[in-house]
Write a protein that binds this ligand. Structure first.
Ligand code: ASP
Length: 591
């Protein structure tokens, strides 16, 4: 037997017992002819002592041992001498006096310290991911992720859900990204597409009479990488039959409320039940459909006051059907001109042409280069609308709708970070409802689905699909947590005719629709129950629960920012013979 006990479990009640431990050498020091080592396994660290008076062989062996060697130690648990206890260690009251020491495997000097939380360049961490994963931070994240998934499985099992696997080699299942393709060897010139989500398959499981399905599903999307994106990621994919929007929302809300209370009890939910907003409301108040509602600084509309106010920049925005909106950055009234210029540069990145400001110092005196353009009454009315008080900084953007929302939405988050306005220990979940069914894609001059192809419009808005598609709302719901969209779902279309109409609306030619989704259309003719579902992103949720800045920290073997596995070096060049076998030889140009 390699070990009788876990390193981290030994306590004073084990004193007098002979134990066998195995693990990695976390620290090592020689002191007065005696070698002290911290032995680490997944459960913690314990001090072991090799004293030549007890065993000269063990002491000799200890002499050669270095950090991260894997060793086995047999010895007796005893209390540490008085004054030598280590209160920061759960095993800190005891130590193990070694009788026998065996080296199971030596280790080269690791490229970075495993036993300390020091900053290590990410490229190096990813190259030696198996060493990085040994460190306390990532061990904690792996465990948290396990707990989250386990909680989900148990919760859904208790509510009659079946966990069903769906194929990875499949056909295009679009969620708005590019597909990953896999060439077929047996069918020359044909390709599988990796699913961007199991969307079609879970709906077909509803046609199949499963009624309640879930899966911890891997999804593949070939899109440009950002901080919280990976080419493959994991969703809790879930679908239910005979449900309305409320059924899916309340089940999901109960799941994550209870999960948080059980798995991360140290965190606080901002509110229970979770607030719900319409899409329009969050755009108006927070500038974006994934709002961080842990703090205020809400956006205030002054378009009505800006009309005829005297300041041409504002007036012109109103005349061209734009908006004038602002935020009151409480307590930033003393920002220097330079600091305000930085804010202006910041909003310019989001398309704003400028940032108008009114600073109120502690005495309530204004500092505002635009004041001179306004008539007094309008100026006062604007300050009042934003509830400006001494010490505040009022900031305004006047532009077309999208620019105003985006720049002020981002500026609000910028202030959150700048002034530490959001508490990391608070989890602010909310629901966003009543999304537009389709959004206009100016570049391609067509309507795009706001969620995906299979989402149902609001029943009362179906006539609008012909008359005024931009005004139709979809039966879509998004779950947002601390400013991240962490789930999206919808009630689906379950009738062939309406599905065909939806395809037509987004410009999918009937022939192409049949080729890609003929199986769905056909299935809808064989008795399809009304159904709907949702897909919470496991990576993002774990990232937020773990307080990590990006999803790579909660994925065991993530790709880097350019979609590369730098540890195994993937993607990689393959043998010409393999390409031939797959009938794609000669397609790849040598650069
Ligand atoms: N398939 C959707 C997604 O991946 C989620 C859903 O509608 O259930 O975003």
């Amino acid at each position: 037997m390699y070990k009788t006990h876990k390193c981290g479990e030994l306590r004073p009640e084990h004193v007098g017992e002979e134990v066998t431990l195995a693990g990695w050498v976390n620290r090592r020091r020689d002191h007065g002819g005696v070698t002290f080592m911290d032995l680490r396994d997944r459960y913690g660290v314990v001090q072991i002592v090799a004293n030549p008076d007890i065993s000269s062989d063990a002491h000799k062996a200890a002499d050669a041992i270095r950090l991260e060697w894997v060793i086995q130690a047999r010895g007796n648990v005893r209390m540490r001498p008085e004054g030598m206890e280590n209160v920061s260690l759960s095993t800190g009251e005891i130590e193990v006096e070694v009788i026998e020491l065996r080296v199971l495997n030596p280790a080269k000097t690791p490229p970075f310290l495993i036993n300390e939380e020091v900053e290590v360049e990410e490229m190096l961490r990813l190259t030696y991911r198996y060493l990085d994963l040994r460190r306390a931070r990532l061990q904690k994240n792996l465990e948290l992720r396990h707990r989250v998934v386990k909680y989900i499985r148990d919760f859904l099992d208790e509510r009659d859900f079946w966990e069903i696997e769906t194929p990875i080699l499949f056909k295009t299942t679009p969620e708005g990204a590019r597909d990953y393709l896999v060439p077929s060897r047996v069918h020359p010139g044909e390709f599988y597409a990796l699913p961007q989500s199991p969307q079609q398959l879970k709906q077909l499981l509803m046609v199949a009479g499963v009624e309640k399905y879930f899966q911890i599903a891997r999804c593949f999307r070939d899109e440009d990488q950002r901080g919280d994106r990976q080419p493959e990621f994991t969703q809790l994919d879930l679908e239910m039959s005979f449900v309305e929007r409320e059924d899916v929302i309340s089940l999901t809300e109960e799941l994550f409320t209870k999960l948080v209370e059980k798995v991360v009890p140290e965190k606080r939910l901002l509110s229970k039940p979770w607030p719900r907003f319409t899409y329009q409301e969050v755009i108006d108040r927070f500038g974006r459909d994934n709002p961080d509602i842990r703090f205020g600084l809400e956006i205030v509309d002054i378009t009505d006051l800006a009309e005829g106010c005297g300041f041409q920049v504002f007036e012109r925005a109103v005349e061209s059907n734009g908006l004038v909106r602002g935020i009151n950055a409480k307590g930033a009234g003393a920002f220097s001109r330079r600091e305000i210029d930085n804010l202006t540069d910041f909003v310019k990145e989001y398309g704003a042409k400028g940032l108008a400001f009114i600073a109120l110092d502690e005495q309530g005196v204004f500092r505002s280069p635009i004041q001179k353009f306004f008539d007094d009454e309008s100026f006062q009315a604007i300050i009042e609308r934003l509830q400006g008080e001494p010490g505040d900084l009022l900031l305004f953007v006047a532009d077309e709708h999208k620019v105003v929302h985006e720049s002020l939405g981002q500026l609000r988050l910028h202030f959150r970070d700048l002034m530490n306005l959001a508490d990391d220990n608070v989890l602010a979940f909310c629901w966003i409802l009543d999304f537009p069914y389709v959004v206009w894609n100016e570049g391609e001059r067509r309507w795009d689905p706001s969620h995906h192809l299979f989402t149902s419009p609001m029943p009362e808005d179906i006539p609008l699909l012909d008359e005024d598609p931009g005004r139709a709302r979809g039966q879509q719901y998004d779950m947002v947590l601390n400013g991240y969209e962490v789930a999206g779902g919808s009630i689906r279309i379950h009738e062939r005719e309406l599905q065909e109409k939806a395809f037509e609306l987004i410009g999918l030619e009937p022939e192409l629709a049949k080729e890609r989704f003929g199986h769905m259309l056909e299935a809808f003719e064989y008795g399809t129950p009304p159904h709907g579902g949702i897909a919470p992103g496991i990576d993002r949720i774990c990232m937020i629960l773990a307080g990590e800045p990006n999803i790579r920290e909660v994925i065991a073997f993530p790709k880097n920012q350019t979609a590369r596995d730098v540890m195994a070096s993937a993607p990689s060049v393959v043998e010409e013979a393999q390409l031939q076998e797959l009938h794609i030889a000669g397609l790849v140009d040598e650069e």
